[in-house]
Design a protein around this ligand. Structure first.
Ligand code: URA
Length: 200
């Protein structure tokens, strides 16, 4: 934990959750990675799923994508310590390559996203943010539906069924993979500027 009042999953006192999960991803993951941040945060940011580092640490966005996000947040004047960070899916999904030990991230299926949705809704209900930020299309489609188009709708405020304003941007991992990383990073910063202005 980063010294926050982390909101754990509904009814959960432990990270060793098992039978309550509605899909099988918990079986291979090291642990459940719930959200982290103040329970009173005004901004909730939602990623896809924990990565390799997050799976080991038990905290969201502590690996390379998290470091890039930290840099972008600092650039637009948002204090990460005041943000509630979570993921659409609470377990790391990966494949093991035939050779080597590095676990390779796999995209969660629609069924896995749907299975985890009650946990995300419970976090929303508990934290009651004033603004939700989707980091990538997986997170956005979890709450806005699979027809959501990131390229067309990123950086624009929309309203969730819960009546909460929301804005989507690219996933920090997509920035790390982009052929023109600097342009992708500037796009992320531009979208996060919309978030920073919303706070004023
Ligand atoms: N990518 C995500 O979507 N979430 C994390 O917590 C880390 C990487």
């Amino acid at each position: 934990m980063r010294g926050h009042h982390s909101a754990q999953g509904p009814g959960s006192q432990t990270r060793r959750a098992s039978a309550r999960w509605a899909c099988d991803l918990y079986k291979d993951a090291t642990q459940t990675v719930f959200g982290d941040g103040p329970g009173t945060a005004r901004v909730m940011m939602i990623g896809e799923q924990p990565g390799d580092r997050e799976d080991v640490a038990g905290e969201p966005f502590v690996g390379p994508a998290g470091r890039l996000l930290d840099r972008a947040l600092a650039e637009v004047g948002i204090d990460r310590a005041e943000v509630y960070l979570t993921n659409a899916v609470k377990h790391f999904k990966f494949t093991l390559p035939e050779r080597g030990k590095r676990r390779i991230h796999k995209k969660p299926s629609q069924g896995e996203i749907t299975a985890c949705k009650p946990w995300l809704l419970a976090e929303l209900d508990r934290v009651k943010p004033k603004l939700v930020v989707f980091l990538g299309v997986t997170a956005a489609s979890a709450l806005l539906g699979k027809d959501f188009r990131l390229t067309e709708q990123r950086g624009r405020i929309v309203e969730l069924a819960q009546g909460i304003p929301a804005v989507a941007t690219v996933h920090p991992s997509a920035v790390l993979r982009a052929p023109d990383r600097e342009a992708a990073y500037q796009g992320l910063v531009a979208d996060l500027t919309v978030v920073a202005r919303h706070q004023e």
